[in-house]
Design a protein around this ligand. Structure first.
Ligand code: BTN
Length: 341
């Protein structure tokens, strides 16, 4: 049962101290700022400035120091703001403008929305964070989430469908993410790997994590989390345990995170509205066009078995299809897909 009373959300929100925010605002231009100048602007001692720098580094923010010139964030930072994100929403989603929350730091945007639903009752909600301390990936993996260098977005959505009927939701959200990238001019060599990986030249650019919560027989809340690498700093990149890439590598230039966040949100909302009415069927063709494993050699690993064969796309439920040597088609609801292309 969900509580209907509005209570404080019982989850750690890691608020940045105002001094830290102010300092970040100054350094976000990517230029050098001397300790003395920062001290003057923020009315703080040099040692207080040094302590703030140390704290910023704990958020995974790359800050360089030069004895003569001071501190600098190489490449600068574009912080997310609601107004710039909302500017990219179609008119039909005007109602969602005031549902957007942007946090500095959360353990995980998915966990935050789950807690929000439990505490305040159900509402469609949208949450971005600049940083996650315990970002969640599929199959219990971590999602490395450095400050202001990627998109971490979660949406809470209510469906009047059973979990079985929602088995294609993650795939639809992955297609929506690719469509958003295309709208931003990023299209070449982008593909999808079942069930939730957005790839560029076989390297992971983003991922989707869908979590379902039931309430009544046919009412389900979905929390849809999307992570998209924009400009991962070297230090954070070293912690990622699979081949990865980011938008800066693809475009060879800096990219507006607010634009990407707004276009992505708009596309996810559009696809959710469609999926709610039509289910997975109208999306299957699009999936097959983007499917990195279609007609390729694949190995499927489940807790019970490992099967090799040829990727044969997805069925109407969004299950992965594999054709074995005997031309028999096997369907998998949940598994690890390893591609050998
Ligand atoms: C995966 O590819 O394994 C899924 C990654 C999903 C990451 C996003 S980031 C925003 C949201 N919050 C989380 O904790 N995870 C998702």
């Amino acid at each position: 049962m969900l509580a209907s009373k509005k209570n404080a959300v019982n989850i750690v929100q890691l608020y940045m101290h105002q001094n830290l925010r102010n300092m970040l605002q100054i350094l976000s231009d990517g230029k050098h700022h001397s300790e003395a100048l920062l001290g003057n602007k923020l009315e703080l001692t040099r040692s207080a400035i040094w302590k703030l720098v140390k704290q910023l580094k704990r958020y995974g923010i790359d800050i360089t120091t030069s004895t003569n010139l001071g501190y600098k964030i190489p490449g600068g930072l574009e912080l997310l703001n609601k107004k710039d994100i909302a500017a990219h929403l179609s008119q039909e989603f005007d109602d969602y403008n005031n549902k957007i929350i942007v946090h500095d730091s959360l353990p995980s945007t998915n966990s935050y929305l789950a807690e929000l639903i439990k505490t305040n009752g159900y509402e469609n909600s949208i949450c971005f964070a600049e940083h996650q301390t315990a970002g969640k990936g599929r199959l219990g993996r971590n999602w490395i989430s450095p400050y202001a260098k990627s998109i971490y977005l979660s949406l809470a959505w209510q469906f009047s469908k059973s979990p079985y009927e929602l088995s294609g939701l993650g795939l639809v959200m992955a297609i929506a993410t690719v469509t958003a990238l295309k709208t931003c001019g990023i299209e070449k060599d982008i593909a999808l790997k079942w069930p939730n990986d957005v790839l560029w030249r076989k390297k992971k650019l983003g991922g989707i994590l869908v979590e379902l919560f039931g309430e009544a027989p046919h009412i389900y809340h979905a929390i849809i989390g999307v992570g998209l690498n924009v400009n991962i700093p070297q230090g954070a990149g070293k912690k990622i345990t699979q081949p990865w890439c980011d938008i800066t590598q693809i475009t060879n230039s800096s990219f507006s995170r607010n634009k990407l966040a707004g276009v992505l949100l708009n596309q996810l909302l559009m696809s959710l509205a469609n999926y709610q009415n039509t289910g997975l069927k109208p999306f299957i063709k699009k999936w097959h066009k983007l499917d990195a494993s279609y007609g390729k050699k694949v190995t499927i690993i489940t807790p019970q078995q490992t099967v090799s064969g040829i990727g044969a796309g997805i069925d109407d439920n969004g299950y992965f299809l594999l054709e074995d040597k005997q031309k028999t088609i096997h369907a998998f609801a949940s598994a690890e897909v390893s591609l050998s292309i």
